[in-house]
Design a protein around this ligand. Structure first.
Ligand code: HEM
Length: 416
């Protein structure tokens, strides 16, 4: 790791997988120390062309997000980046594209996320949330993640897309296989075996969606797949491969994130009884603030990466120099604890106003397309849960999967 400022090297090494296994308070302290430095620290081995500048402050993450001509997504936004052949075989999803292809794809898929269509989805979210809470009352399951948090976003996206009931269980298994390896350090033997399994899962899922796409092209219905395969934006519609890539992105981006946010949310509202009492005193008035504070505090996506198109001085002329070809990692979680933006940043405060968190990204063209949907899902589920089971709470600590990519909760015991 390198510092250009003459300061001592930081104690933590963000490029070392062992860093991501440290307890949350130790990681938070390391990021707080990095935020106090005058310039981003480079982690990795610059001589070997490996590594990244860590953007840890709110202003830096916003600047990188909103200057897409300088901070490119095309070379890949996850660490490590997907191999080229994977991208060729499976097609690029929009997170890994720059304009003009990104803007074109985003215009096509945005039609699924208009307020009118999301208004229709709200009904479906309510129906699924009611069924899940009925099921909790009846079966008294032990794990909140599999029985509630993962189910809601998954069923909602499947219904939006128009996926029939019968293959859904199989698809959910494939999603879990496909995403279980992103950002997770594993012993070598498993590392070799796992990507094969993840890729096979992805291939199966995309094959299935492509075949539904062909069917809908012949006989369109009201669903999103029909809209995507019959859309004609700039004289173009989605190819089977693009459709498959988009569906995988929606499942991984929309299911994993929302499920983790819901699990962290239940745990935060258990660990902070005074905030929970505040929420229960005015559920409808408090849910909006609670949901955004959960996203800020838990920050389900830890980082995305960008690659410099040209030399750039961060923060304006005279700022730290980032060179063309270098990588930066946008640490959303650290930006969300930036003490220059959020007073008492470690406190969980559902009345925090304003709350300009970067949990859905720092703005700019890649800002989360599902942000409104995710907020809707969280509000509806917590409303149903707390109104019907006011004693509901997590038991013990969440089982967290150490990862540099997302704050993934494997399981969370709960009771009511
Ligand atoms: C709590 C839940 C969620 C969180 C925390 C979250 C977070 C994020 C973040 C941080 C980004 C990257 C923004 C950037 O680079 O500027 C992103 C992008 C994206 N998200 Fe979400 N997301 C959530 C839910 C969803 C849902 C429900 C969907 C869809 C159903 C979704 C679909 C996407 C897509 C398609 C992108 C890529 C957009 C693009 O590249 O243009 N997300 N999300």
């Amino acid at each position: 790791m390198e510092t250009s400022t003459g300061l001592a090297a930081p104690a933590a090494d963000l490029a070392d997988p062992r860093f991501w296994q440290l307890p949350a308070p130790a990681r938070a302290a390391a990021f707080a120390e990095l935020r106090r430095r005058p310039a981003p620290v480079f982690f990795g081995d610059p001589a070997a062309g490996r590594g990244f500048h860590a953007l840890v402050r709110h202003a830096d993450v916003v600047e990188a997000s909103r200057t897409p001509a300088v901070f490119l997504s095309g070379p890949g936004v996850t660490t490590p980046e997907p191999p080229r052949w994977v991208r060729l075989v499976f097609g690029d999803s929009m997170v890994n594209l720059d304009d003009p292809r990104h803007a074109q794809l985003r215009r096509i898929v945005s039609r699924a996320f208009t307020p009118r269509l999301l208004g229709q989805v709200e009904e479906d979210i309510r129906r699924v949330a009611t069924r899940l809470v009925d099921d909790v009352e009846r079966r008294r399951p032990e794990d909140f993640v599999t029985s509630v948090a993962a189910e809601l976003p998954f069923q909602v996206i499947c219904t939006m897309m128009g996926i029939p009931e019968h293959p859904r269980r199989m698809i959910l298994d494939q999603v879990n296989h496909a995403s279980e390896n992103i950002g997770v350090a594993r012993p070598l033997r498993r590392r070799i075996r796992m990507p094969g399994r993840g890729l096979l899962a992805l291939a199966r899922m995309q094959g299935m969606v492509a075949s539904i796409g062909r069917e809908r092209r012949r006989r369109p219905t009201e669903d999103l797949i029909s809209a995507l395969v019959t859309a004609d934006v700039d004289g173009r519609r989605l190819t089977g491969r693009e459709l498959g890539a988009f569906f995988s992105l929606l499942l991984v981006a929309g299911v994993e994130t929302t499920r983790n946010a819901l699990a962290h949310g239940l745990h935060l509202l258990t660990a902070h009884p005074e905030q929970r009492a505040l929420l229960l005193a005015d559920l409808d008035g408090g849910l909006g603030g609670a949901v955004d504070e959960i996203i800020r505090h838990a920050t389900p996506i830890i980082h995305f990466r960008r690659t410099l198109a040209v030399d750039h001085e961060l923060g304006g002329l005279g700022g730290p120099l980032l060179r063309a070809g270098e990588k930066v990692a946008l640490f959303f979680g650290s930006a969300n604890r930036d003490e220059t933006v959020f007073p008492d940043p470690d406190a969980f405060d559902i009345t925090r106003t304003p709350n300009p968190h970067l949990g859905f990204g720092g703005g700019g063209p890649h800002y989360c397309i599902g942000a409104h949907l995710a907020r809707q899902e969280m509000k509806v589920l917590f409303r149903e849960l707390f109104a019907r089971l006011p004693e509901v709470r997590s038991v013990g600590e969440p089982d967290i999967v150490p990862s540099n990519f997302d704050h993934r909760v494997r399981s969370l015991r709960f009771t009511f």
